[in-house]
Structures are given as structure tokens and as C-alpha cells.
Write a protein that binds this ligand. Structure first.
Ligand code: GLN
Length: 533
């Protein structure tokens, strides 16, 4: 393909409609037709990245291989498209302004008044086009965070307006809206969609395709009505009904020919419908699975739907590949006590101890870990979860009652988890953790090496604290073995108890590296062991 096509996905009426899923699904359909696709997300907030936001504000913080703390939608992009994203795939208003102000100080705009239009909008446009520059992608899909009508989204929409004008047929705007069902009237209502499209038109954007999120199937009359009021043809109005799994969405869109409509609009040949064999097989496995695997996730944000998104999805994928239905039981770590732990973990085939920061709920993690270790229940500790495994073992097996991480107890006598050397001089909190992909050598013969089926892996990190190697001998003599090590620094990246069925803690985050067609081996192995009766 000669020219990169740019697709924008905007949202209206309400937030949380799943723009990220729609963007990823469309990307999947184009990819299945042989096109090279990437997706980026623009977030209209002032933070430089979501790394400093807590999960109540923003759900999970995703991490790219190049070490960027990113919006969780990048996780969807990677899981759907099986591609790596990077720093360039997630831009915030904070970063746009930071770049413009840096240029201003450098003197790049000497003599000029620096303004939202054209300087901020130019910087937004530069970032949109950055991914298309080297002609490595046929399609660059850009999801604009927020909802049309938000004050903070305006510069983004103005940039989209300009780009549509400049790029002509190579630029498409897809607008996602909501069609509510009013139970008392027994009707779906299209007025919010009409208003939302009007709002877009007011800023000079005519959407090319509308995607209507709905809980009730929309009749052709409704589709035609929306088309008529919103200046689009009926085949450009796609409905996105609630489906049992997000992985159905590409098929729902394909069934209505959304990819074909889009290809026609950008002047490309439609060609034959792609097979998407592996995708269909994955869904078939999901529906065929009848036996259940019960997995508990112990964390302090379990009441939030998106706080552990990548872990949830990795477990789901691993369960499906093991022909099991996943029953994921959320256990609030603050609520786990010596008295109720047996009851809470009753019937669980495996337990995951979540990553995290700070002291809230950490004692509950220790109690859960003591229980799974003593009852030999397969257990996976991720990041803080791994650190908790180390601390629990130190306290209850090595007898170091005060053992802790210096993150929580800086003056403890037993600093079994301690601040990394490189972190000691860091003062700024943003983007300063040990972030992104690092190599790791796995100990031959370990369960971890067996799980991965190789002795050299590359996984992503997000932490400041680490296993304190001073204690390594103590742990290993008593049955907890360091089974993963960074080849350059010698940092301990993983521990396991070989005497148990499957008790592995990893300092890295395997959940950032698990996709529909390429599930992460660690989760696969964990579920495989969990379902052994
Ligand atoms: N708080 C721990 C650290 O900074 C673990 C971080 C995490 O779980 N992502 O090392």
C-alpha cells in the first residue's frame, strides 16, 4: 500500500462504551486481511502518563516493552493484534504540552505567540503521523480518549478536523455512541446519538461510520433513522450489542461488514472475507469448555473491574487453552484473616497474589500465602505478590518474624525485599521505576523453566524494590529457590518452592505479554497444574 490510512475513533454520550475494544476489533479485522495495523491512544488529561494514577482513577496501568506506563487500552490492542506497542502508542495532553513548552524554551517558535491552535494541534498531528511516517503501517488507528463535548478533548477534535481536511480519503472518523433502552417506554432511544453527532459536526467533523453500543438489538428502522439524521448511509451504521466476551466483538463488526465499508471509504479493494481461523478456534474452545477451573485473585483493588485487567485476561486465555471455563473469584486482601482464610480459599484450584504498592491489605496476602504454601495449592505471585511470597517464607519458615519489604517497613531488621540500588538516588515519582522488558535466565530443571519451555525469557517490569540477595543462601537452604536472574545485574527475578506442586513468584509481569493467539506460557502452566486433580 502506498499511503498510510488514518482512522480516528471518538466516543459520545457516555464514557466506558469500549472504544478501545472497538478500535482493537477493527484493527484485528484489517490485520486479518493482510494489512499492517497499529493503534494508538490519546488521553486528554494533564498527567504525562498514567503511571502516577491509582487504579480507582484509571484502572490498570499497562506497561509496554520499551518501558512506558500506559493506558490499559494498549493491553487490548496487544491482546487483539498480537503486536508490540510502545511509548509512541499512548500520548497524553501532558506530553503534548511538555513537548511544545520544551520547544518554546529552546526557541523553536522565536518571535511567535505559542497557542493551542496551531501549536498544540500541530504537535497532536505530528504524534498521529509519527507512527505512519516510516510507511511501516497501512493503517494507524487513533483512539481519542474522553467523550465528545469534554472541554479537554477540543484540541484533539480540532486536530482530527484538520487531518480529515488534509488527508482526504486517507482519513476516516468512526464515532461510538450509546443507544439507551428506556424500560418504561419499552423503546430504544436514538436522540443522544443524534445530539452527539451534532456536537461533532459543530467542531467540523462529519463522522464516516457510527458504532452504536446497545443492550437490545436495533431494528433496521432504527438504523435507517440514525443514518438519516446523522448524514451517513445505513451500511455505515453498525450496532455493537453486548456479547458474552470482548473477543466476539471483531466477529460482530465483521458480520455487519464494517471492515468492508471502511475499505470502500478509503478507496481500497474489499477482496475476500478473511478466515480468522485461529480466532474462531479460540472462541470455539471457549464455548466448548464445560469443566470449570476455580482461581482466586487476592488483591486490594478486586472490587474495581479494570484494576487487574491484564491478569484477568491472561487467566481467561490460559483457561481456554486448557479447555476450561474460568471461574475467577476476587478476594479482597484486606478481608483475609487467619480465621476466614480456609473458607475464602475453599475449593480454589489455584491462587494468584496480585501486584501492588503500599501496605493496605498486605497482611491478608501473607495469610493467603501461608495457607496455599501449607496446603500445597498452586500459587502464582506477581511482582508485589512475589515479594509477599518471599516475606511470608522469611517470617514463617526462616523464623525472621520481622521480615518485610523496606517499601513498608524501612527500618526492619530483616530487609528481605529492599530498594534497588539504582532507585536510591531517584526523587521524582513519575516514570522512574524499573520499567519495561528485561531479559531473564531461568534455572535449569526449575518448574519455571519447565513452564516456559526454555531457559531465556524476556518479560516486562514495573517496580522499585527487589529480592535482597544477601539472604539468597538462607532461602535456598530452606527450600525457596531463586530460579530467575537478570543476566546483566544478577537481580533475582523469580522464586519457587520445588517441593510444592506449583508455587512460583515472579518479579516481572507476565500478564502484559499474553495475547489471544499467543498466550503466556506461565499462565498456561499455572492453570495446567491447577486443573490436575
Ligand atoms: N511495590 C513493589 C515495588 O515497587 C511492587 C510493584 C508491583 O507490584 N508492580 O517493587
Amino acid at each position: 500500500m502506498t499511503e498510510t490510512k488514518y482512522i480516528f475513533v471518538t466516543g459520545g454520550v457516555v464514557s466506558s462504551l469500549g472504544k478501545g475494544i472497538v478500535a482493537a476489533s477493527l484493527g484485528k479485522l484489517l490485520q486479518a486481511r493482510g494489512y499492517k495495523v497499529t493503534i494508538q491512544k490519546f488521553d486528554p488529561y494533564i498527567n504525562i502518563d498514567p503511571g502516577t494514577l491509582n487504579p480507582y482513577e484509571h484502572g490498570e496501568c499497562y506497561v509496554t516493552d520499551d518501558g512506558h506506563e500506559a493506558d490499559l487500552d494498549l493491553g487490548h490492542y496487544e491482546r487483539f493484534l498480537n503486536i508490540a506497542t510502545s511509548r509512541a502508542n499512548n500520548i497524553t495532553t501532558g506530553r503534548i504540552y511538555q513537548n511544545v513548552i520544551r520547544k518554546e524554551r529552546k526557541g523553536d517558535y522565536l518571535g511567535k505567540t505559542v497557542q493551542v491552535v496551531p501549536h498544540i494541534t500541530d504537535e497532536i498531528k505530528r504524534n498521529v503521523k509519527l507512527l505512519g511516517q516510516k510507511k511501516q503501517f497501512d493503517f494507524v488507528i487513533t483512539e481519542i480518549g474522553g467523550t465528545v463535548g469534554d472541554i479537554e478533548s477540543l484540541p484533539y477534535l480540532e486536530s482530527v478536523r484538520q487531518l480529515k481536511w488534509e488527508l482526504g480519503q486517507n482519513c476516516i472518523c468512526i464515532h461510538l455512541t450509546y443507544v439507551p433502552y428506556i424500560a418504561a417506554a419499552g423503546e430504544v432511544k436514538t436522540k443522544p446519538t443524534q445530539h452527539s453527532v451534532k456536537q461533532l459536526q459543530e467542531v467540523g467533523i462529519q463522522p464516516d461510520i457510527l458504532v452504536l453500543r446497545t443492550e437490545h438489538e436495533l431494528s433496521q428502522d432504527i438504523i435507517r433513522k440514525v443514518a438519516l439524521f446523522c448524514n451517513v448511509s445505513p451500511d455505515s451504521v453498525i450496532q455493537s450489542m453486548d456479547v458474552p466476551t470482548i473477543y466476539e466483538v471483531p466477529l460482530v463488526l465483521a458480520k455487519q461488514g464494517m471492515d468492508e465499508t471502511l475499505l470502500r471509504k478509503v478507496g481500497l479493494e474489499v477482496g475476500t472475507k478473511p478466515e480468522m481461523k485461529q480466532w474462531h478456534e479460540f472462541l470455539q474452545m471457549k464455548y466448548n469448555a464445560s469443566e470449570v477451573v476455580n482461581i482466586a485473585l487476592v488483591g486490594k483493588y478486586v472490587e474495581l473491574q479494570d484494576a487487574y485487567k491484564s491478569i484477568d485476561e491472561s487467566l481467561l486465555q490460559a483457561a481456554i487453552y486448557n479447555n476450561r471455563k474460568l471461574n475467577l473469584v476476587s478476594i479482597h486482601s484486606e478481608k483475609v484473616t487467619e480465621e476466614n482464610v480456609a473458607e475464602l480459599l475453599h475449593g480454589m484450584d489455584g491462587v494468584v497474589i496480585a501486584p501492588g504498592f503500599g501496605s493496605r491489605g498486605i497482611e491478608g496476602k501473607f495469610i493467603a500465602l501461608k495457607y496455599t504454601r501449607e496446603h500445597d495449592i498452586p500459587t502464582l505471585g506477581i511482582c508485589l505478590g512475589m515479594q509477599c511470597m518471599v516475606i511470608e517464607f522469611a517470617r514463617n519458615v526462616l523464623g525472621y518474624k520481622e521480615a518485610h519489604t523496606t517499601e513498608i517497613s524501612p527500618n526492619t531488621a530483616y530487609k528481605v525485599i529492599d530498594l534497588m540500588e539504582e532507585q536510591k538516588t531517584i526523587t521524582d515519582m513519575g516514570g522512574s521505576m524499573r520499567l519495561g522488558g528485561y531479559d531473564c535466565i531461568l534455572k535449569k530443571g526449575s518448574k519455571l523453566a519447565e513452564a516456559y519451555g526454555k531457559s531465556f525469557i524476556h518479560e516486562r517490569h514495573r517496580h522499585r524494590f527487589e529480592f535482597n540477595s544477601q539472604y539468597r543462601e538462607d532461602f535456598e537452604k530452606n527450600g525457596m529457590i531463586c530460579v530467575g536472574e537478570n543476566p546483566d545485574t544478577g537481580l533475582v527475578e523469580a522464586v519457587e518452592i520445588p517441593a510444592l506442586r506449583w508455587y512460583i513468584g515472579v518479579q516481572f509481569h507476565p500478564e502484559y505479554n499474553s495475547t489471544v493467539v499467543n498466550p503466556n506460557p506461565l499462565f498456561l502452566s499455572f492453570i495446567k497444574e491447577a486443573i490436575k486433580k
